[in-house]
Ligand binder design. Structure first.
Ligand code: DOR
Ligand code: ZN
Length: 373
């Protein structure tokens, strides 16, 4: 039996279209179907109210759980607001769905240690640090990160995870360097000062972030988005600006993209799925001052599968999508399975969401080579 099949036994079902080369034991035709533990999304934006029907259904189609970002207007700054938001999400689930939203707290300059303890008592697992002004709805974020240290200390004691948007907002710093500078200026000290604090560096975009996470303690991990794995800044800018590829942190040069792609297929348990799916209306993206965010939820799992397939690393997909995140959060792995088949389809150009308003999903009009059964 070829080693490729034997090593994955019990984890993944491989169905081969044809034959393999017996002499070299190397599989020469690709697998056409893959069954993995149902995945989770460790970073998603659902927004609120009338948009929830769209966003929650899209995520529930693929994922069992999603860490839901708190950057609403107004932001979700305490347990009471978080539980109310959770109830609105639960009410928006498709009928019969057992999808679980994991709501989070938004840290501000005035977050207290009591806010953290209260949130922990209410079952909230994580709080999000947005440097003020770093991204969408982050104006209530934190201005002085060191002033948050008493809050981080209580988070560590209460085993609440710190989720970080890792970019400086200093106008002097080039937008392409903001993640690297954040790591040097703030993150190194945060992880050194709070070795027991679990930290997720969200939506990483650089080799610097990959190296930092790899070199840190097991309490430091990172999420990676489909767009940062699939694209680089040439895709965003060459031949005309593509507003639907604009997100924050911004896409970087191809050497960084390569480092991200290598990280996810390395098998390291420090890297896991977080889509950063972030819907904005079409007119707000295609504007003189376009919003940052890619609405990837409708096809996220298929797109990740496509990337792993391109990298000949489908055997590493399940760890990334379905094991590493749950293990890092200290939650049970899902027991259900999902199956993807090799079947090309095209992502719709637009989705009608609220009245006649539309969202352009990520990878709109393009082919995806895998489909969730
Ligand atoms: O591109 C982004 N969009 N990055 C973020 O960090 C936030 C998100 C949003 O909420 O739109
Ligand atoms: Zn985000």
């Amino acid at each position: 039996m070829p080693h490729l099949i034997r090593s994955c036994e019990g984890l993944i079902t491989y169905l081969f279209q044809g034959i393999y080369d017996i002499q070299s034991s190397v599989v020469i035709l690709p697998m056409n179907e893959i069954t993995i533990t149902r995945p989770d999304d460790w970073h998603a934006h659902f927004r609120d109210n009338e948009l929830l029907k769209e966003t929650v259904s899209a995520s529930a189609r693929q994922f069992s759980r999603s860490i839901v970002m708190p950057n609403l207007t107004p932001p979700v700054v305490n347990a009471k607001m978080a539980k109310a938001y959770e109830a609105r999400i639960l009410a928006a689930r498709p009928e019969g769905s057992d999808f679980t939203p994991l709501v989070t707290l938004y840290l501000t300059n005035v977050t207290t240690t009591d806010d953290i303890k209260d949130a922990k008592e209410q079952g909230i697992l994580a709080a999000k640090l947005y440097p003020a002004g770093a991204t969408t709805n982050s104006s209530s974020g934190v201005n002085d990160i060191e002033k948050m240290y008493p809050v981080f200390e209580v988070m560590a004691k209460n085993k609440m995870l710190l989720l970080i948007h890792g970019e400086v907002t200093d106008g002097e710093i080039d937008i392409f360097d903001r993640e690297k500078v954040f790591i040097e200026r703030y993150l190194e000290d945060i992880v050194k000062s709070f070795p027991d604090l679990k930290v997720v560096l969200e939506h990483i975009t650089t080799k610097d972030a990959v190296d930092f996470v790899k070199g840190s303690s097991p309490n430091v991990a990172a999420t990676l988005t489909p767009q940062h794995l699939m694209l680089n800044r040439n895709d965003l800018l060459v031949g005309g600006v593509k507003p639907h590829y604009y997100c924050l942190p911004i896409l970087k040069r191809n050497t960084h993209q390569k480092a991200l792609r290598e990280a996810v297929i390395s098998g390291s348990t420090k890297f896991f799925l977080g889509t950063d799916s972030a819907p904005h209306m079409k007119d707000q993206k295609e504007s003189a001052c376009g919003c940052a965010g890619c609405y990837s939820a409708p096809a996220a799992l298929e797109l990740y599968t496509q990337v792993f397939d391109e990298l000949n690393a489908l055997d590493k997909l399940e760890g990334f999508t379905s094991h590493h995140g749950a293990d890092f959060y200290g939650l049970p792995r899902n027991t259900q399975k999902v199956t993807l088949v090799r079947e090309a389809w095209t992502i719709p150009n637009e989705l009608e969401v609220v009245g006649s308003r539309v969202i352009v999903p990520f990878w709109a009009g393009n082919k995806v080579t895998w489909r969730l059964k």
